[in-house]
Design a protein around this ligand. Structure first.
Ligand code: GLU
Length: 437
């Protein structure tokens, strides 16, 4: 007989949803969806200073953006509420009273301590294996405070009461809580309740091999939205932080993640965060979108960059860079020159053109040739012909032309650039360039 899986994601509102939190939420979600269970969103908001509406919203929005939904909690309700710890004091009092009636708590300097059983306690963790803490020595493991002098209850106590009251079957959370778990097991035993199954998931390390911190690049989920990530790519790469399907597959749809995810296969070793890899994954997802989907996804960032999105050449310009970019934001950088007459010239590209002594004369010849080119489809071929007529190699004129038209040393395909700009713009840009170079 198997009882229904009940899991929870229990963030403390810190102002933003960080990568580790998103990963904990995702692992809980994948496991729960795989098992047809219920995921509870419980807000651990006992630290009143941090309980701002914005801090709550950051959690809801971050999860929603990643496509992680929950079954009980904010906006869902449920039979085990309220789902914010700040509203659950009566339940904490109830379990406190039980401990008091059983003689398991005592007052000490106006705080209340929970009397540990003086014996070894072992957690059997699905990921980390067994961890034992021996409570025999009171000096080393003094009885823990569960209620402060102001009457409020401490993290360990409310966390366990909530997991008991909400009938949580699997506690999936960060490894930083592993060493707390024997304390929690002591509470379960005192409550007379069977502990849930525990799975503590490994730390995430940053580029320099240190525990990822709030200040690291890529630490906040909202940064990925700002960077131009697709949520599907984000979900895929976060799922691989500490888990993999035991083959070389890296691109996995949400459905595949749900079917392949396995709590028992989470790595014991820390997960390494690699922004380059995340961007690579995003590039794979961007490349798979249809031209229309890509255009739609990129539109907000183009608007932000003041690119006229109603321009009829835009679909072609956007399609020309789809395969090249690893984030949506790069698109604006790559195509904005098309829609700006006074675009800037990249210093390195300019220096490179200036080293080529024949460039001014070649560009002047191209300007003349383009001025009388009637069929603009031939414009690119005219570059080669002009170079040849002036005893130069095609490359000697191609690069200066690219810089003159775009201000950039790379990016958009030259043929596409010429076609999108059209004759008038191309000639005008060669003129503008001859004035500065
Ligand atoms: N509020 C705790 C945290 O954010 C939750 C710990 C747990 O999942 O049990 O770390």
């Amino acid at each position: 007989m198997s009882s229904k899986v009940r899991t929870r994601f229990a963030p403390s509102p810190t102002g933003f949803l960080h990568l580790g939190g998103a990963r904990t939420a995702l692992f809980n979600w994948l496991f729960t969806r795989q098992n047809g269970g219920s995921l509870i969103l419980r807000i651990e908001d006992t630290d009143e200073k941090r309980n701002t509406e914005e801090a709550f919203q950051a959690i809801y929005e971050g999860l929603a953006w990643m496509g992680i939904d929950w079954d009980e909690g904010h906006q869902k309700g449920g039979d085990y509420g309220p789902y914010n710890q700040s509203q659950r004091t009566a339940l904490y009092q109830k379990w406190f009273d039980k401990l008091q009636a059983d003689g398991r708590v005592y007052e000490d300097d106006r705080a209340w301590r929970f009397r540990f059983d003086r014996k070894p306690v072992t957690v059997s963790d699905l990921v980390c294996g067994e961890t034992t803490i021996d409570y025999a020595n009171e000096e080393i493991n003094p009885d823990m405070t569960i209620r402060r002098p102001d009457g409020s209850f401490t993290f360990h106590f409310v966390n366990v009461v909530d997991d008991v009251e909400m009938e949580i079957t699997h506690v999936i959370r960060g490894e930083d809580h592993l060493m707390n778990t024997p304390k929690h097991i002591q509470l379960y035993e005192a409550f007379g309740v069977k502990p849930p199954i525990f799975a503590h998931i490994p730390l995430i390390l940053n580029d320099s091999g240190k525990k990822m911190s709030k200040r690291d690049e890529g630490a906040a989920v909202k940064d990925y939205l700002a960077m131009g990530f697709l949520p599907e790519a984000m979900t895929n790469f976060v799922a691989l932080l500490g888990w993999n399907p035991k083959n070389d597959e890296e691109i996995l749809s949400v459905e595949e993640l749900i079917s392949k995810f396995n709590l028992n296969q989470i790595n014991r070793a820390p997960a390494k965060f690699d922004l380059t890899k995340a961007l690579w994954m995003n590039q794979q997802y961007l490349g798979k979108l249809s031209a229309d989907q890509f255009l739609k996804a990129v539109r907000p960032s183009l608007e932000q960059a003041n690119i006229p999105t109603e321009n009829s050449t835009l679909p072609r310009a956007v399609a020309a860079v789809q395969e090249k970019v690893s984030s949506l934001n790069e698109v604006a950088d790559m195509i904005s020159f098309l829609y700006k007459d006074d675009f800037p010239y990249d210093n390195d590209a300019l220096a490179k053109v200036r080293k080529n002594e024949s460039a001014p004369a070649l560009l002047a010849a191209l300007k003349d040739a383009w001025s009388i080119t009637e069929n603009w489809d031939e414009a690119k071929a005219v570059i080669g012909e002009t170079a040849k007529a002036n005893d130069a190699k095609m490359g000697q004129l191609m690069f200066p032309t690219r810089v003159a038209l775009s201000g950039l040393g790379g990016g958009l395909d030259l043929g596409e650039m010429i076609a999108i700009l059209g004759k008038e713009q191309c000639v005008a840009r060669l003129k503008r360039f001859s004035a500065i170079s």
